[in-house]
Design a protein around this ligand. Sequence first.
Ligand code: ZN
Ligand code: ZN
Length: 251
Amino acid sequence: MHLDVIGAGPAYTDRPGATGASYLVRLGGASLLLDLGQGSLARLAATVDPATLDAVVISHLHPDHFIDLVGLRHYLRWEKPRRRVRVIGPVGLDARLDALHDEPGFSAASLDVEVLSEGTLRVAAFEVQAARVTHTSSSFGFRVSDGATPAGTGLVYSGDCGRAEDLDVLARPGDTLLCEVSFGPGPVVAGAGHLDGPAVGDLATRVGAGRVLLTHLQMGFDRDETIKSVRARFDGPVELVDPGFETTILG
Ligand SMILES: [Zn+2]
Ligand SMILES: [Zn+2]
């Protein structure tokens, strides 16, 4: 599996180019997009034709994770009118998109929206496991794999997550952990529903992660200190990713 980081930003930032969360996973000819936050459609379209995506999976209904579905819908409607894209997200996603345009049927014109629930689903060559995480009333983390190899080949994506232990059920030893680290070295502000470096480091050690890719760092936090705070709790490789980062997830 190949991972392209399309957008790795938080809800707001002073870091130019830090667009909303979006991660492209490819395997053979199949492609799956995890989230499509603010401003990330352009890099996505420069990387792959969005009309060819096998599915977009949305972790939760915060705009930094889904709002560029509006642009994707426009792209399909006007550039690729014969193409539709499967979108799997928390209940109410299609209504949110329709409301933004004050137009019933806006999303249904080009998107096949399905309600996401806990469990395992197939998307082309991918197996996607979804588990609820503590954040909004309907937020999910995921494990993406080829569905064939039992361990060490999965990508676990936290979405936004206020309790690292929620991800334990998804991760298998050797997996790549793509994890939010909103509050940098910490601590997390009470009730914020996010993670910090020590929590991510403990998680990675607990589940035996192969490596950690950090993302969703909020403004004002130091990058190096953030990485250091994870390394203090986890012995494996740790990186903080930005748009343009790509890597292969090996078995
Ligand atoms: Zn977010
Ligand atoms: Zn969020």
